[in-house]
Design a protein around this ligand. Sequence first.
Ligand code: KG4
Ligand code: ZN
Length: 348
Amino acid sequence: MITLGIETSCDETALCLLETRDNEYRILGNIVHSQIESHKEFGGVVPMLAKREHIKNLPILYEKILKEAGVSEKMIDRIAVTQGPGLEPALWTGILFAQELSKKISVPVAPMNHMEGHIVASLLLQSGSHKEFQPLKTAKFPALAVLISGGHTEIVKIEKLGSYEVLGSTVDDAIGEAFDKVARMLSLPYPGGPEISKLAETARKENVPKKITLPRPMIHSKDLKFSFSGLKTAVLYALREIGTPTPEQIMDVSREFEDAVTEVLISKTEHALEDYETHTLIIGGGVIANTHIREAFEKLAAKHGILLYLPAAGLSGDNALMIALCGSFPNTIKPSSEGFKASGNLSL
Ligand code: KG4
Ligand code: ZN
């Protein structure tokens, strides 16, 4: 079965052609077209600009992926498209494209949850096209997922694939959003996560003196809620004291910020591991591209003797492979879901 995956929830226009048989899959084509350059000058994603870009890119990328994969439209068996969560004007572009195409080629279209996509992305072995069928990583259930992206920070209990319960999430900013906002305060380009991460790494390597201390919000609360907006404000106050920061001070703030969010993430995940039986820990979302956070989760999983699944290179950020994979699972096509709408706040 060949599934066409479509992802347009934010600033990536992404398409994927995924072939599955039994529990194996092969990637026939996988394109992620980033709009970062268009949004950079605004310091963040502009929803209407994202919408315009998606509308322009989708037909071009669709022709491209068919051609490169050597697949004709007639070979597509179903379409899976992100319904939410995300920016509604952006989501609508993918949904309308998918619904029109579904009529044109007479195949069903299934609405997918972007966050479920980030969970299953961590079960894939690789992102590049490959000719051989391969299995997914085998997760043992119950599992726990920690989803950390530009729009979300949540801990999710997974009874089995398709059965999710959000145990706790952020009460204000998402972790990636906090990275991006702090980066902006430090006059670093968008997206700020990778920039802060680079500077933090240099600070550690060069032993830049630790002069700034930031809070670890809600680290001692027994629940699984997060809050990053106070941390962002603490950075703002620290920078006000400093005035114009030197390159060393920028590195110091970056390292301390990264340490603070990492400690909170690990501590909350550890609470969850203590409270819920867990055989596999799955981390997903754009922020897990962060090396420091990856290493901290690796240590945590080793300490608790549990299986840890992190996304392979190229699969932590938004992509359509994860959407196609969700769409290829049995029972995802429901006749009642035809004519579905974008849902910016869709939850798991
Ligand atoms: O999952 P994603 O691609 O899009 C959303 O669904 O939000 O996540 C994007 C977020 C951005 O906030 C970006 O700054 C952050 O992931 N990010 C990182 C790193 N790479 C991307 N944050 C910290 N360290 C990184 N290396
Ligand atoms: Zn995402």
